[in-house]
Design a protein around this ligand. Structure first.
Ligand SMILES: *[C@@H]1O[C@H](CO)[C@@H](O)[C@H](O)[C@H]1NC(C)=O
Ligand SMILES: *[C@@H]1O[C@H](CO)[C@@H](O)[C@H](O)[C@H]1NC(C)=O
Ligand SMILES: *[C@@H]1O[C@H](CO)[C@@H](O)[C@H](O)[C@H]1NC(C)=O
Length: 249
């Protein structure tokens, strides 16, 4: 999936193999090595990244801080988790960024997705804006690092598709965890989501004006195709207390 195939390396290996066959190597070795190459395991730079974090944000927690927020020019977003981004990551916890300055954000390439982005990937930053700057930032910082797998349209479409399949608010509410300004144990939030999607999420908190820990962002891990959920190889440092507030929005 998504692996670049370097023909020159294959040809070199085949030539090496021909030589070793000539020098009486066993046929089974030949097939073994070719198999390794087609699997990508013999390649040194087959993969740009190891997995994606798909990050959703609770708008009530973004807004409920000393910095506050600004609703988009298109109006107050739905009372639902919104997309923050789809971020290529390495298993060691670091991530690539700004991978291709020659592939800038181009809104005309995603014109069919704009209304869905306005609803599901709204910008709450100030001053009030229409979201384009946020999407451009996400594409240029993160999306360009997975362009071997997803072009610009495919990148935004993959995130919107994940959002429609990972319905976090519904999952939490069915477990009795509601955005009502109440406090919930971090472990109950984590297990509700694990029960709902089958995988353990990463959970990140921020603090409100009074210094309360609140449910801010939820990370789920996705394979390098951008479509299948996987167990997270590594979790972000979530900075949550054991009991966290779920503010209304
Ligand atoms: C993490 O892994 C990536 C990809 O393998 C590598 O380029 C990077 O140097 C590693 N960073 C650290 C801090 O180990
Ligand atoms: C958002 O505003 C920018 C100018 O600030 C404009 O170039 C862009 O076309 C607008 N996009 C949408 C979807 O309204
Ligand atoms: C938010 O601002 C108020 C007033 O300036 C201050 O007292 C409070 O400590 C700040 N809260 C946090 C979490 O920084």
């Amino acid at each position: 999936m998504g692996m670049k195939f370097d023909r020159s390396v294959l040809i070199k290996l085949l030539l090496m193999q021909c030589l070793s066959v000539l020098s009486a190597a066993q046929d089974s070795d030949f097939f073994y090595l070719v198999h390794q190459v087609t699997d990508g395991t013999a390649m040194s730079e087959a993969q740009d990244f190891d997995f994606f974090y798909f990050v959703q944000q609770w708008p009530g927690s973004y807004c409920d801080t000393n910095q506050s927020c600004c609703y988009p020019t298109t109006g107050k977003p739905p009372s639902d988790f919104g997309i923050h981004g789809l971020w290529p990551n390495y298993k060691n916890g670091t991530y690539p960024s700004y991978c291709d300055p020659d592939y800038p954000f181009d809104e005309s390439k995603i014109s069919d997705l704009i209304s869905s982005l306005q609803e599901n990937w709204a910008s709450l930053s100030c001053p009030s804006n229409n979201g384009s700057t946020f999407w451009a930032h996400e594409w240029e910082k993160h999306g360009t690092c997975s362009e071997s797998v997803l072009d610009q349209h495919g990148y935004f479409e993959a995130a919107l598709d994940l959002k429609s399949r990972v319905g976090l608010l519904q999952i939490l509410q069915s477990a009795g965890i509601n955005p009502d300004g109440g406090f919930y144990s971090l472990s109950s939030i984590r297990s509700a989501i694990r029960n709902g999607i089958g995988y353990t999420p990463g959970i990140e908190c921020n603090v409100d004006e009074e210094g309360n820990s609140q449910l801010y962002q939820i990370y789920v891990c996705v394979d390098t195709s951008g479509s299948e959920l996987i167990e997270c190889p590594v979790f972000p440092n979530g900075k949550c207390k054991s009991s966290v507030e779920f503010p209304s929005f």
